[in-house]
Design a protein around this ligand. Structure first.
Ligand SMILES: NC(=O)c1ccc[n+]([C@@H]2O[C@H](COP(=O)([O-])OP(=O)(O)OC[C@H]3O[C@@H](n4cnc5c(N)ncnc54)[C@H](O)[C@@H]3O)[C@@H](O)[C@H]2O)c1
Ligand SMILES: [Fe+2]
Length: 454
């Protein structure tokens, strides 16, 4: 069945042409980059530096886990030492639901804050970006969804990521979720790129292994989708290649030994490079499908991407073989002078992605996915991808449905699920202790999957 919303000719010929033209135009749009501070202690250095800008009062946006793990207190102390007055909003939950973003916005307005500092994962950073933009424009978060919907730029935004995955600290995007419509909404504006960001590996040592894996695979997906995008440039290629190499090298170590600061810092940098690559070259079909899974089932964003990445890479193989062959060489799956053809090398890269996912505990199928939802999820994914992303292969409704059916849970998965949950984590003792403190989040995600599978 072809996509009923657009004719076959328009889909296969018209849309790619329009997107190529759009790519020529967007290439001319300057994208700012934040001042980056990198290394242990970078978060506190950033907090002290913020004082130099003379803000009246700073809204610190974070979540309860960051406070509980005692990651926030030293940053707030450093802000105070730098002369800043601080208001803390610590209510952000995964995927930044609109009602919570609105609460942060109300606090920002009531306390007349004139800058925002995000300390957290992508959900926190995205909530902070939208709060800052909404405050400057007297608009609701929902009204900002889309491209350049605010007249004014946001108040200054500073970002301290505590996951290594989204790259939101350097991107033009903020993803919020609409719980009523069960959809994710993207706010895109070059002015929401933070002014300064700190990549501090000491904040990431307590990230549970499952979150380390999912967020790391999100970064890998950004890099790969940017690399095969029609909007790729020599600059985004360099960043994407570096990120892919670094993730293959360091994600298994960050997953198994969460307190390895070197591996954490390399993953944080890789995530930022991947963010820089995709904020220019854009993402693709993996993200288009993952966003629907996140909206409907609350599947963690990185996990949804990680599960969909190998099937989508296999699906696009004919259109991407030379690019994936280059990635195979970059990760050492092929020597520079390997005589095998591009398709063979590309297949080796896809196998390596699947093996990396297996190694860091990514399931091959999504427990929450239900056959009855497949048609509408596929339709929404096609509409997101076909109208927004410069993909190497344009999905039809039938293509998207087939991709989703590849990851439908089987009866065997349902039987194996309890055993999977009992499997001990590979974390080192220190990381394990902190992971235990963070367990409610992991349990919540697993619970969502289990409920849907039931
Ligand atoms: N703006 C962008 O460019 C962009 C890009 C990709 C994804 N996203 C969005 O970002 C969101 C996902 O962000 P994420 O993957 O970083 O996850 P997240 O921010 O939702 O965090 C996941 C969980 O990890 C916990 N956590 C965060 N840091 C921790 C730490 N250091 N130690 C222990 N626990 C910690 C959080 O409390 C949360 O429960 C999604 O909504 C996604 O759509 C945005
Ligand atoms: Fe992503």
């Amino acid at each position: 069945m072809s996509n009923p919303s657009i004719g076959e000719l328009a889909r296969t010929t018209g849309l790619p042409v329009i997107k190529r033209v759009a790519g020529v135009v967007t290439r001319l749009v300057p994208i700012p980059q934040p001042v980056l501070l990198v290394g242990p202690g970078a978060a506190q250095r950033l907090a002290r530096s913020v004082g130099d800008f003379g803000h009246r009062r700073i809204l610190v946006v974070t979540d309860a886990m960051i406070v509980r793990l005692k990651l926030l207190a030293p940053i707030v102390e450093a802000l105070a030492a730098g002369g800043s007055e601080v208001v803390v909003f610590d209510e952000v939950t995964p995927d930044a639901p609109i009602p919570i973003v609105e609460r942060g916005l109300a606090l920002m307005r009531a306390r007349r804050c004139d800058a925002v500092l995000a300390v957290g994962g992508g959900s926190v950073m995205d909530a902070a970006k939208v709060i800052a933009l909404a405050a400057a424009n007297r608009k609701s978060p929902r009204a900002l969804a889309g491209y350049f919907r605010g007249l004014h730029g946001p108040v200054p935004i500073y970002a301290v990521p505590t996951t290594a995955g989204t790259g939101s600290e350097v991107t033009v995007a903020a993803v919020i979720s609409d719980p009523e419509a069960q959809r994710k909404l993207v706010v895109a504006d070059t002015r929401i790129v933070p002014d300064m960001a700190a990549l501090d590996p000491t904040l990431m040592t307590g990230l549970p292994p499952a979150v380390t894996a999912a967020t790391g695979m999100d970064a890998l997906t950004h890099a790969v989708e940017a690399y095969v995008s029609q909007w790729a440039t020599p600059a985004t290629d360099r960043l994407a290649l570096a990120a892919v190499g670094m993730i293959f090298e360091h994600l298994p170590q960050a997953y198994a030994h969460g307190d390895d600061l070197h591996a954490r810092e390399r993953m944080a940098l890789a995530s930022t490079y991947a963010g820089m690559a995709f904020t220019r070259a854009n993402v693709g079909n993996v993200h288009a499908i993952a966003h629907q899974l996140g909206g409907l089932y609350h599947t963690p964003h990185g996990l949804a991407n990680a599960i969909m990445l190998p099937p989508v890479l296999r699906y696009s193989l004919d259109a991407t073989a030379p690019r994936l062959a280059a990635l195979a060489r970059r990760i050492g799956a092929a020597a520079d002078d390997d005589p095998a053809d591009d398709t063979t090398l590309a297949q080796r890269f896809i196998d390596a992605v699947q093996a990396l996912g297996d190694r860091v505990g990514i399931p091959r199928r999504l427990d929450a996915l239900r056959e009855a939802d497949v048609p509408r999820l596929a339709a929404a994914a096609c509409s997101e991808a076909n109208f927004n992303y410069p993909v190497p292969r344009v999905m039809t409704q039938a293509d998207a449905e087939a991709l989703l059916r590849e990851v439908l849970p089987t009866a065997d998965d349902a039987k194996a699920a309890p055993a999977r949950k009992r499997r001990p984590s590979a974390a080192a003792p220190a990381a394990k202790r902190r992971a235990a403190a963070a367990a409610p989040q992991v349990r919540a995600a697993a619970g969502t999957r289990a409920r849907r599978a039931a």
